[in-house]
Every structure is written in C-alpha cells, then in structure tokens.
Design a protein around this ligand. Structure first.
Ligand code: GDP
Length: 444
C-alpha cells in the first residue's frame, strides 16, 4: 500500500536537495507535483486542497529554521501536514468507567470485521483484559461459525445465539451479551455486526438498534483500504447512519493506491485507531499517524535526522559561527563547539548512514574511525584559550607542549592546524562567492 505515492513524494522531495534557497516558484512547483501525486493515489480532493494549501503557506511563510536546509524544511512541513491529515496524536481506546467497555464494529461485508474482531480480542487479552466476542452478524450464513473459529484461535470466548433461542434477532443477542459479560466478569465486549455489500437502510437501522441496545463506548468503523474513492462515501454513510468514534483500516498489506484511506480521517473527523495488515491474527497494530506518515514519505531515517539536528542545534551559537565563517575569523574554539554539536546527534557513522544515498557509501562508512574525531577534540582541548582563539600563535614549542598533553605526535598537531587554516580559507572564499552564510539556513 502507498508504494506509488511514496515513490512519487520521495522523488519530488529529493529534487529539492542541493538547493541553497527556495523561491516561491520552487515551492509552487513542488506543491503542484505533490498535488498530482496525492490525486493519483486517490486522496479525496478537499483533503488534497487543504493539504497543499497548508504546505505552501508554511513553506513560504516565516518558518525559517536555522538548523535545517531548505529541502529539509520542506520535508519536515510535508511530514507534519501528513501527520495532521492522519489525525495527529495516536488515539487510544476509551475505556468505560464501570466495565465492561463495549466496542461495536460496523462496516460493509468483506471489510474485515470478523477477522478484526479476533485480532482486537487477542490484542486486548494480551494487555491483560478479558474480552468477550459477540456474534451479531446473523445475516450471513456461516458468520457466527467464522467468529467462533476466530475466537478459538484468539483463545477468547464467543457469545453466540444458541440454535432455537433468539436466533435471528441480533439486537436481542447484543443485549444479552452485555448481561453475560457482567455475569462472567469480562471487562471488554467486542460486538461484531452484519454488513452488506452495499450500504442499505435496513443494515444501518439494525446497526443503530444494536448501538442503542449496548450503548457502546466505542463504535469502530472498519474500512477496507483497498476500496478506492467509494470508501469516502461509505464512511460518510456510516457516520450519518450509525455514527462512529474511530476507524480501523484493514488490508493495508494490499497493493491498492490507498489514498481513500488517507482521506477518511479528514472527511469524517474521526481518528484512525487501528490498522490491520494481513490475514493472520498477529497482523494488527495500533495506528500511529506519525509512523504512517514517515512510511508514506519513505524517509524515516531522514526525518529522524531532521529531528536530531533541531535538538542538537543552538541557533545563537550557529549564527555566530556562520558570521565568523564568512569573515575568516573562525577559531578552533568555534570548530570544537561545532564538532561537539554534531556529535551530540550520535555516532557519525549512524548519522551519515541516515542520509539518503548513503547506501553506496557503506564501505567507507564501515572504515570510518570515530577515534580520529576523539583525537582532534583532545588536541583542541589541550590548547589554551588564547591558542584556540588565535591558532597563528601556536609555534614549535607550543606544538610540543600540546602534543605531550594530548598524547599525540607533533606532526598530528601540524596536520590539524594546517587543515584548519585551509578549511577557514576555503569557507571564506565560498562565503564571498555565495554572498554569506547563515540567515535562513541557506548555507548548509
Ligand atoms: P467481514 O465480512 O467484514 O466480517 O470480513 P471478514 O473478516 O470475513 O474478511 C473478509 C476477507 O478479508 C477474509 O478473506 C479475510 O481473511 C480478509 N482480510 C481481513 N483483514 C485482512 C487484512 O488486513 N489483510 C488481508 N490481506 N486480508 C484480510
């Protein structure tokens, strides 16, 4: 699921890399491509519109981050907007104050309700709950039996009408199941209801009657993510006919475009709470908007990197360093601080490995010796403040003293000092060429 969308978004955003500064025209062009990618993935039009508007406004607006380059900023914005349409925070089940907590499942036939009932039961049992499954799908021949099979696998008891005893009235079955749950001390009740292939009034009425009978704490609308644009209509019909408090997406393991699933939260206003991604009982998880967004963006590691960069970054300090870079006044003290800021983000090998395209650099990364950096830091720490501020004063006798103090050879010191001067000169030339560093993170 989402593979095509993911590929498209990744390529749009990858195109931004290496741009020093983004003009409004760059942002418009990027927004246009994202729009096409979303529409092709079947995301509902109103959702696409508000998404694109959000991205454009924020990308053009004053949200200038010192820690990130322009491409990273756009990736961050797109990611946050994506998390937003997927519901923002992870939403957990609302538990009843006095048990049992009643969860009712609603959705079209074939959407995966019965399978989900088993998955949910197993998940809740794993959390220490004592769920009871209730078979209220009395429409479809074999549905009760199917739930019993699922219940056996999940090792959760099933409440079903006994033959000849109230068969045919799902509302009555649902009512009795609550009494049974109280009697047998089940703290959760999961009610499976009947679905039709299409939406019809009788089905809605029955679902609404069951709802009134069991007074559920949660009504979960089960949506097959493989269904295209029609999913949005179905969701709206269930919202208006029965009402629901959360959505479960099923069949996320399929290869459909998936955009309809992306629209359901925005269109109905109700959060996606669980995701089902396979036929086995274990193929099930709590739905996390942030994780799903980064999966869709296909840039999980890049996003981690962005987050870490923001955390490790001290804007004031970097601004000063940037100003010094341009004027050729960078000192070894600044150099040490910058190096420490980068290293706070974790081992450099991991950091480099997170950059897109780092795959090809794997061998070099494997040979990268973190100890070299330790050595450089040790040397600089072995210098006096005056030496760090003005490396020109580091003469032969000072070099010997520093070498002794930091456990390296004089030639190591020579190496470091001459590389520092070279780097400083290069930075100064680059700054002259590009009109200065800093100011909006354009000089990364
Ligand atoms: P119900 O009619 O809503 O109760 O739907 P079922 O639970 O009977 O599911 C319909 C079909 O979809 C069954 O063949 C299930 O095995 C299958 N199914 C359910 N959930 C998933 C899922 O997450 N992934 C896949 N691949 N198949 C699923």
């Amino acid at each position: 699921m989402f593979d095509t969308l993911s590929d498209r978004l990744t390529s749009v955003l990858t195109n931004l890399r290496g741009k020093g500064r983004l003009s409004d025209a760059d942002i418009d062009a990027t927004a246009r491509e994202i729009r096409i990618a979303l529409l092709e993935a079947d995301v509902a039009l109103p959702v696409v519109r508000s998404f694109i508007q959000g991205v454009k406004e924020r990308a053009k607006g004053a949200e200038v981050s010192q820690a990130l380059n322009p491409a990273q900023q756009v990736i961050k914005i797109v990611n946050e907007e994506l998390v937003g349409i997927l519901g923002g925070e992870t939403r957990r089940l609302d538990l009843a104050k006095t048990p049992p907590t009643v969860i009712m499942l609603a959705g079209l036939q074939g959407s995966g309700k019965t399978t989900l009932a088993g998955k949910l039961a197993k998940y809740l049992a794993g959390q220490g709950h004592t769920p009871l499954l209730v078979a209220c799908d009395l429409q479809r021949p074999n549905a009760v039996n199917q739930l019993q099979v699922v219940g056996e696998r999940a090792e959760v008891p099933v409440f079903a009408p006994e033959p000849g005893n109230g068969v045919g009235d799902p509302v009555e079955v649902s009512r009795r199941s609550i009494e049974e749950a109280r009697r047998s001390q089940h703290d959760m009740v999961i009610v499976d209801t009947a679905g039709r292939l299409g939406i019809d009034e009788e089905m809605m009425r029955q679902a609404a009657d069951i709802r009134d009978a069991v007074k559920p704490d949660e009504v979960l609308f089960v949506l097959d993510a493989m269904v295209g644009q029609d999913a949005v209509n179905t969701a709206e019909a269930f919202r208006d006919g029965v009402g629901f408090t959360g959505v479960v997406l099923t069949k996320l393991d399929g290869d459909a475009r998936g955009g309809a699933a992306l629209s359901v939260r925005e269109v109905t206003g109700q959060p996606i709470m669980f995701a089902s991604n396979g036929e086995k009982l274990e193929d099930f998880d709590v739905f996390h908007p942030d994780r799903m967004a980064s999966r869709i963006l296909g840039m999980g590691d890049m996003l981690t990197l962005i987050e870490q960069a923001e955390q490790a970054f001290d804007a004031d300090q970097a601004e000063q360093a940037a100003a010094k870079l341009g004027s050729g006044q960078l000192t070894l003290e600044d150099f040490l601080e910058q190096m420490q800021a980068v290293r706070r983000m974790g081992p450099l090998q991991n950091l480099l490995g997170m950059l897109p395209g780092a795959g090809q650099m794997k061998d070099q990364l494997a040979n990268f010796d973190e100890k070299q950096l330790d050595r450089v830091q040790a040397i600089i720490r072995g210098m006096t403040p005056a030496e760090r501020a003005d490396p020109k004063i580091i003469n032969a006798s000072r070099r010997q003293r520093i070498a002794r103090g930091s456990g390296v050879t004089v030639s190591d010191i020579n190496d470091l000092v001459s590389r520092f001067f070279e780097a400083r000169k290069m930075m100064q030339q680059m700054a002259g060429q590009f009109g200065g560093f800093g100011g909006g993170g354009g000089g990364k």
